[in-house]
Write a protein that binds this ligand. Sequence first.
Ligand code: 5AD
Ligand code: SF4
Length: 433
Amino acid sequence: MGKLLFIETLGCAMNSRDSEHMIAELREKEGYETTDDFKIADLILINTCSVRERPVHKLFSELGGFNKHKKKGAKIGVCGCTASHLGEEIIKKAPYVNFVLGARNVSRISEVLHKDKAVEIDINYDESEFAFKDFRSSSFKGFINISIGCDKSCTFCIVPKTRGDEISIPDSLIINEAKRIVEMGAKEIFLLGQNVNNYGRRFSGEHEKMNFTKLLRRLSKIEKLERIRFTSPHPFHMDDEFIEEFSSNPKICKSMHMPLQSGSTKVLKEMKRGYSKEWFLNRVQKLKTMCPEATISTDIIVGFPGESDEDFEDTIDVMKQVQFDQIFSFKYSPRPQTEAERFTNIVDGDVASQRLSFLQSIHNEIIDQNNAKLLGNIYRVYFEDLHRDAYVTGRSDNNIVIKVKGSEELLGTFRDVKIISIGRTILTGEVIA
Ligand code: 5AD
Ligand code: SF4
């Protein structure tokens, strides 16, 4: 039997794509196959996230567990954003770790594998000039990076320090990758970047003038490609042209992630988000007018330094006005090397926790009310996942997760589904055509 790789992926979709690339590199160059059981693996990789503090703490206890129960002689590598930000410190704290590989260096996996105690965390390393390998964890959709890094300076965020400057990937590489995904039989692509609608801001080589709207138009010309999704757009870059393309292009899925972070203009300024409460609401208004069927999801941070009760009420106000279909909400977590780490007007931890649960309870009410209206609706669902108990899940164009009774023959197909019962995060339907 060949060598076995166990890989755990934390964090965002960009990390998932990085893991796919590392798996492909290790298969091709080193002959590894993947396993779900770390105890039999020859190589254990953790692809980490550093956006909040808690997962970073968890990393060390997890590493301890891996070290204790791993197969004799197995190597352990720490990759991703926490690798970028802690670097050598990881090996100091956990000396059994064999190498550390930053989020911007994942292409070097087979190189570091053979250098004991290597720490490769160069955030200027340029991975934009070649496409990531074609290994995909799903046969029905493919992730594609369209840019690397992030040029924003949001005061709470560690990402620019872990993933470096923003560089767009040449559109010819993206289009070829999309074509290969479609040739493989998948009908959906998922474009990834920290700020996708800032696409074209900077290329590392010569490139014609481009923006995200132009890229979407080019991609949608690919025959047999039926669905295009992307994450994350930045509210600051949501110009009219982009919203109009989103609304009118039938291949673009009608779900928009609009990371609000806070509804208070004062807090948004402190966060250096580049927009106000009014701008955000104006963009939502434009989107809802142009595309009433679009669902909108968001990220919200509560308890950012200086957030008063009134500021928090602004966030609740935006939430009620927009009626977000999904929220990812977090308590502010101070991060090293960020501007906000030095802010002194800290919000009491209990107050922040209360705000978080209040926000989530209001959002649950919004969801329950709005989901109740979906009963009896018919959606075109693209089925992607088979579960135990003979049911299959897929997503509507506007990203509603729907489950139906069925078997593998539904996978990879589009069906019309009528909603027969409602849950908070998943709806149940029956296939009608
Ligand atoms: N504290 C809490 N949440 C954070 N996020 C980013 N940085 C922090 C932080 N320091 C959240 C933001 C971002 C999402 C990916 O994680 O809401 O959009
Ligand atoms: Fe993704 Fe950001 Fe977490 Fe890195 S820190 S894995 S970019 S969410």
